[in-house]
Design a protein around this ligand. Structure first.
Ligand code: GLN
Length: 533
């Protein structure tokens, strides 16, 4: 649409200030006034996407509805806005260069020298505006990854500078920076903010608003000082204090009137009602939920909660909807063994076994699952977690002691998890992973059917290996039922042991599909079962 408004969010002073949460919160506030909003992220690294990145680098790899492997901030965008994202919402330097180089090979530049300016910046600008081509968004919020001053983000900042000229009044820049508190002198220090804004100004970008992360409230004096030195209006210096939950941030910045400031600058009405009611209800419900539900999350990145961001948030949503306070314990699967499992899982109300790739820590997952199954502890296996459920059941119930996934042991005679024949042909074309939305038909007798309240569901996938159909009859007979089947390929998507209170595994990732106002039914049902204890 011709008059889509663009809001850019940059960050300064330090990384990890929460540009993703700020963008999501602002998006939520604009959406609550009836505007159509989307959020996109430009990441300044050379990888084509984060799919191949180790979680130690950037935390969880989020999966969009179209199967794009994306930065974890896209999870926040969806959880706040309740609108699915696609590959168009997350672009890396790698993708920009890939596209420019392809065009160069194709002869599209007609013999010109291909350069960062204008060719790379033109490609960045084209991508920054591409979401508005097919959609009628009122606002596109663009988060620029990294910190101002980084060499690698220069072309992105330059593109923002150019777009400000091209878009005129349809552009607004927010700079998020940090105000440290010096304990020795008991004061907040604004110099780092001033330097970071100066760095941005040197690149030709004057921020319209500053959002300042701080642990202590900003005095009027500090606001005045920052405004004066950074060339921004005093009312455009916005405080963002640490919050008890990320979901409070929209209300914090609403109190600071960031939304009305932006609407005013764009010449839009500021008196339109903002419907944050359901959001506030969620926060109220969360505050009232004081009774704990204790859940153990077993995975090999226990020291790195960002690796399980979406699972943790889904559990948080589900706890609130069950009027419970989530007490989550991350347990390192490498530290779990037969002799300590009872001590570690004792007192837990539920167990989640995490997704993952490769052998590391896998035996600990089997130990946890065996304990969960034998003690009738509500247990939820997600992706690799479900595959481990299937393997553990084969080893300890079906009696196939050498059962495994061919991912872990390519020569196992009991390959209960394997790459299916039709998948092998796909891998020849390089598409080795099953990614994004696939349908699943649920057995009407299953708990999952009751949880979702319908027979046909769609959830997102990210895996190569599958339940091996040839063992299906043996499992069914021994008490593990295949209760979710892909109606097109017949692949097994869900298993359940109906004799137990809640022992369910899913090949898909329901955690990519849980938002504040629309929690995932499987997580809600799991936490409900955990809350009965
Ligand atoms: N490694 C397993 C597979 O590729 C599971 C992947 C996952 O848990 N996301 O099938």
């Amino acid at each position: 649409m011709a008059d889509t408004k663009y809001i850019f969010v940059t960050g300064g002073v330090v990384s990890s200030l929460g540009k993703g949460i700020l963008s999501s919160s602002l998006g939520k506030l604009l959406q609550s006034r009836g505007y159509k909003v989307t959020i996109q992220k430009f990441d300044p690294y050379i990888n084509i996407d984060p799919g191949t990145l180790n979680p130690y680098e950037h935390g969880e790899c989020y999966v969009c509805s179209d199967g794009h492997e994306a930065d974890l901030d896209l999870g926040h965008y969806e959880r706040f806005l309740n609108v699915p994202t696609t590959r168009a919402n997350n672009v890396t330097t790698g993708r920009i260069y890939q596209s420019v180089i392809q065009k160069e090979r194709h002869g599209d530049y007609l013999g010109k020298t291909v350069q960062i300016i204008p060719h790379i910046t033109d490609e960045i600008k084209r991508n920054m505006r591409s979401l508005s081509v097919k959609n009628d968004f009122d606002f596109i919020i663009t988060e620029i990854g990294g910190t101002v001053g980084d060499i690698e983000s220069l072309p992105f900042i330059e593109s923002v500078r150019q777009l400000r000229w091209e878009l005129g009044g349809r552009c607004f820049c927010i700079h998020l920076a940090y105000v440290p508190y010096l304990n020795a002198t008991k004061e907040l220090k604004t110099k780092p903010v001033q330097h970071s804004v100066k760095a941005l100004q040197e690149l030709g970008v004057q921020p319209d608003a500053l959002v300042l992360r701080t642990e202590h409230s900003l005095t009027p004096d500090i606001r005045r000082k920052v405004a004066l030195f950074c060339n921004v209006a005093e009312e455009a210096v916005v405080e963002c204090m640490d919050a008890s939950t990320i979901y409070e941030v929209p209300l914090l910045i609403q109190k600071e009137k960031l939304d009305t400031l932006i609407l005013e600058r764009f010449g839009l009405p500021t008196d339109t009602p903002s419907d944050m009611g359901p959001w506030i209800d969620f926060l109220e419900k969360r505050k009232k939920a004081t009774k704990p539900v204790k859940i153990a999350l077993v995975g090999k990145y226990a020291e790195l909660p960002d690796a399980y961001k979406s699972i943790i948030e889904s559990l948080n949503h589900a706890a609130v909807y069950n009027n419970r306070k989530l007490e989550l314990e991350l347990i390192h699967s490498q530290t779990l063994n037969e002799s300590n499992v009872a001590e570690k899982l004792n007192g837990m109300d539920g167990l989640v076994v995490a997704p993952g790739f490769g052998n590391r820590g896998i035996e600990g997952k089997f130990v946890a699952l065996k304990y969960g199954r034998e003690h009738n502890l509500p247990t939820f296996g997600i992706c690799l977690g479900m595959q481990c459920m299937v393997i553990e059941f084969a080893r300890n119930v079906l009696g196939f002691v050498d059962a495994n996934s061919t991912e872990m042991d390519p020569n196992t005679p009991h390959n209960v998890i394997d790459i299916m024949e039709d998948q092998k042909s796909i891998s020849d074309y390089g598409g080795t992973m099953r990614l994004g939305n696939y349908s699943c038909k649920l057995d009407k007798q299953s708990k999952a059917f009751k949880a979702y309240g319908r027979e046909l569901i769609q959830e997102r996938h990210r895996h190569r290996f599958e339940f091996n159909d040839s063992f299906k009859a043996l499992y069914e007979e021994a008490g593990m039922h295949c209760i979710g089947i892909n109606p097109d390929t017949k692949l097994v998507e869900m298993v359940e042991v109906p004799a137990l209170t809640w022992y369910i595994g899913c090949q898909f990732h329901p955690e990519y599909n849980s938002t504040v106002l629309n929690p995932n039914p499987l997580f809600v049902d799991f936490v409900k079962a955990c809350s009965l204890a």
